[in-house]
Write a protein that binds this ligand. Structure first.
Ligand SMILES: [Zn+2]
Length: 297
């Protein structure tokens, strides 16, 4: 049985600490609805969260998925057995994000794709899309705004609780690792982070890393990641355009953008294989620039 740590971060709002890379999911005990934010990567942790809720006479009626990556939904199996079933809200691109990962998950587990598909927590309501108005969930006493924030993935959303000025950042806003864009887009993530920095956020519960507090601290942190993505892109552009770069291997360009200079003391180098994470983000930006139309312009 998994043990989880449940931390109250605002009145009736909790951050649940999961074991995959300082993962965080969330619980909101609303007056009319019990909301779960993400299902993390492991069913035993979700079961522990359900047990925690049951001790308080609760069961989730709503689930919000910040996006469809495995470490945020693969723990969802225990939710499938709930009666009545919770409404699972996600971005309209989440089903396709899940669909394209199924084969990989099945292979890793040695199971069939159909089997994994049946055990997966699929959205029942999807929101967002081009030009769609923002979506708000009303829990009876708390207003939860769902904000499409593409960049980490095309289907990323954050959940902002207005009354508590608290943001569940998913993997759009991380505090314990370098932002990951392997399945996303660096410019979109930079835009999303700059847009989010316009919100007053007293408490940030990230998808990975410690909870962060203080309007100015949170704003500076988000802008810091936006600037990181911009600085890396500028540096990569310079490398790609230099006359000696012709035919350079991508890895050689990545070598020119070191962790120390671009992430520095924002994060501890020795944790979570951090240098590899930074290199993966730089590498993605190299690929974006090499395959984009703006190189050499
Ligand atoms: Zn993710």
């Amino acid at each position: 049985m998994a043990t989880i740590t449940v931390q109250e971060v605002a009145p009736d709002v909790y951050a649940v600490h999961n074991r995959w890379v300082e993962g965080k999911s969330g619980i909101v005990l609303g007056r009319r609805h019990t909301l779960l934010i993400d299902a993390n990567g492991y069913p035993d942790e979700t079961q522990a969260a359900l047990d925690w809720l049951r001790e308080r006479g609760r069961q989730p009626s709503l689930v919000v998925l910040t996006h469809g990556h495995g470490d945020h939904i693969l723990g969802g199996a225990p939710l499938l057995a709930l009666e009545p079933a919770p409404v699972v809200v996600a971005h309209c691109h989440t089903p396709q994000v899940i669909e394209r990962q199924l084969a990989g998950w099945a292979e890793r587990e040695g199971a069939s794709v159909d089997d994994v598909r049946a055990r997966t927590l699929w959205p029942t309501v999807t929101v967002g899309g081009e030009g769609a108005p923002g979506t708000t969930l009303w829990l009876g006493n708390k207003t939860v705004r769902l904000l499409p924030t593409p960049g980490h993935s095309e289907d990323s959303m954050c959940a902002y609780i207005e009354e508590d000025r608290l943001l569940f950042g998913g993997d759009t806003v991380v505090t314990g690792i370098v932002p990951a864009i392997g399945d996303g887009d660096s410019r979109q993530l930079e835009d999303s982070l700059r847009r989010l920095s316009g919100l007053d956020i007293d408490v940030l519960v990230p998808g990975h890393g410690p909870v962060m507090r203080g309007v100015n601290t949170v704003r500076a942190w988000m802008l810091g990641w936006a600037d990181y993505l911009l600085r890396v892109r500028k540096a990569v552009e310079k490398e790609v355009r230099s006359p000696t770069a012709m035919g350079l291997a991508e890895e050689t360009i990545v070598d020119e953008i070191p962790f120390e200079r671009f992430v520095g003391d924002r994060l501890p180098l020795e944790k979570h294989d951090m240098d590899r994470r930074h290199r993966a983000t730089v590498y993605k930006i190299v690929i974006e620039l090499l395959t984009g139309h703006d190189v050499g312009a």
